[in-house]
Design a protein around this ligand. Structure first.
Ligand code: GDP
Ligand code: MG
Length: 163
């Protein structure tokens, strides 16, 4: 049985980049149902020896009106309900933002294990943000670079500890 892993977090932190890395390829949108479900993308992937069913929360890029937060919240809650583990991504270069706090609150209210990943951590620019992320109260942040493939062994260790 694959582990269902939902990748959640605010726009632009690198969720889709991580999705594509774990999937090992770029995947087309496979779900075209209307409404919030349209915003989620499904695929299969693998980390180490663990098979994954991936859920990417995507599709906010075109949203400019004030329904953004409500839609993000709705699809994030759906993704959390559908998964075995939520992978919460923040941007370590930005540090913890107000919108990250909103997501952390949603995650703390749900009874699903959470892995916290501080992305864009290649080089030194992310160090402060990684440390700041401890304050989210979601465990030890894992420093990764989805773009450069760094931190994947630590991410694997965190996933396999839950599996
Ligand atoms: P999403 O909106 O959370 O799905 O974010 P995307 O995956 O679309 O990435 C948003 C931007 O961050 C893109 O320009 C990516 O190239 C960039 N990005 C993603 N991962 C990394 C990373 O590990 N390091 C850096 N420096 N940029 C990244
Ligand atoms: Mg995306």
């Amino acid at each position: 049985m694959p582990l269902r892993l939902a990748i959640v977090g605010r726009p632009n932190v690198g969720k889709s980049t991580l999705f594509n890395r774990l999937a090992g390829k770029k995947l087309a949108i496979v779900d075209d149902r209307p409404g919030v479900t349209r915003d989620r993308r499904f695929g299969t992937g693998r980390i180490g020896d663990i098979d994954l069913e991936l859920i990417d929360t995507a599709g906010f890029e075109d949203v400019t009106d004030d329904s953004l937060e409500a839609r993000m919240r709705a699809q994030t809650e759906l993704a959390i309900d559908e998964c075995d583990v939520a992978l919460f991504v923040i941007d370590s270069r930005d540090g913890v933002t107000a919108m990250d706090e909103v997501f952390a609150e949603i995650l703390r209210k749900r009874d699903k294990p959470v892995i916290l990943a501080a992305n864009k951590a290649e080089g030194k620019k992310g160090d402060d943000g990684v440390n700041e992320a401890f304050a989210l109260g979601l465990g030890e942040p894992i420093a990764i670079s989805a773009e450069h493939g760094e931190g994947m062994a630590d991410l694997y260790a965190a996933v396999s500890a839950l599996n």
